[in-house]
Ligand binder design. Structure first.
Ligand code: PGA
Length: 243
């Protein structure tokens, strides 16, 4: 089965390192093939050059965020329509770092998803519990609460979900395979039963070349969202070809 492998570069890299990444990944794609769908989300400023440098391959691009507004006097914002305009196809929404450092609320996230869908982008909506909630056994309650954002999108088939336990992001602590399988299956069940939404569910949080194949083999995991390990083309390719 085809999996969705998404790279989230966060605020890392330069124009030069972006070019080098593209050269390396292009040579990997010429040497071997993957049936998986690959998406790279660089800093927005590098989207256009990444897109140009990847033009021969089948790799898609995504943004790490978009504005909740369509257009107008919102200094510093980038609209979903602008992202679509430069050929971007996906956008991360509600990443835990956005929730933590920019106080993004459920209402705001709902507006961002709406703007992304209007612009024809595929939103990758990120959810996940904190370490405290995990240890207190409240994971399912937190996920159920975060999924309420989808109340406005009942029946939608164009949203991707990413389950990223906050305590596993950038820490090297990966959730157990059992926890990943259970959380992804739980999310699928809620989406289907309460929102009539059928969507791929990605796992994110310290995914590396060495653990990708066991995570991607889980029946409920339709792909992975990779941060740190996606910055090196060779490791990203190892993950991309893990199944
Ligand atoms: P990580 O980040 O792979 O570095 O843990 C994942 C993410 O934040 O999407």
């Amino acid at each position: 089965m085809t999996k969705l492998i998404v790279a989230n570069w966060k605020m890392n890299g330069t124009l030069e390192s972006t070019r080098k990444f593209c050269q390396q990944i292009t040579s990997f794609t010429q040497e071997s093939k993957t049936r998986n769908t690959l998406v790279i989300c660089p800093p927005a400023l590098y989207l256009k050059s990444l897109k140009n440098d990847l033009k021969e391959g089948d790799i898609k691009t995504g943004a790490q965020d978009c504005s909740a507004f369509s257009e107008g006097a919102y200094t510093g914002e980038i609209s979903a329509r602008m992202l679509d305009d430069i050929g971007c196809e996906y956008v991360l929404i509600g990443h835990s770092e956005r929730r933590q450092y920019h106080q993004e609320s459920n209402d705001l996230l709902s507006q961002k998803i709406q703007r992304a869908l209007e612009a024809g982008l595929c939103p990758i909506f990120c959810i996940g519990e904190s370490e405290g909630d995990h240890e207190a056994g409240r994971t399912q309650d937190v996920l159920r609460e975060q999924l309420k954002v989808l109340g406005a999108f009942k029946g939608n088939k164009s949203i991707v979900l990413a389950y990223e336990p906050v305590w596993a992001i950038g820490t090297g602590k990966v959730a157990t395979l059992e926890d990943i399988q259970n959380a992804c299956a739980f999310i699928k069940e809620i989406l289907f039963n309460e929102y009539a939404v059928v969507s791929p569910i990605l796992y994110g949080g310290s995914v590396k070349g060495k653990n990708a194949s066991s995570i991607l083999s889980l029946p409920a995991a339709d792909g992975v969202l990779v941060g740190g390990a996606s910055l090196q083309a060779s490791e990203f390719w190892e993950i991309a070809t893990a199944v």
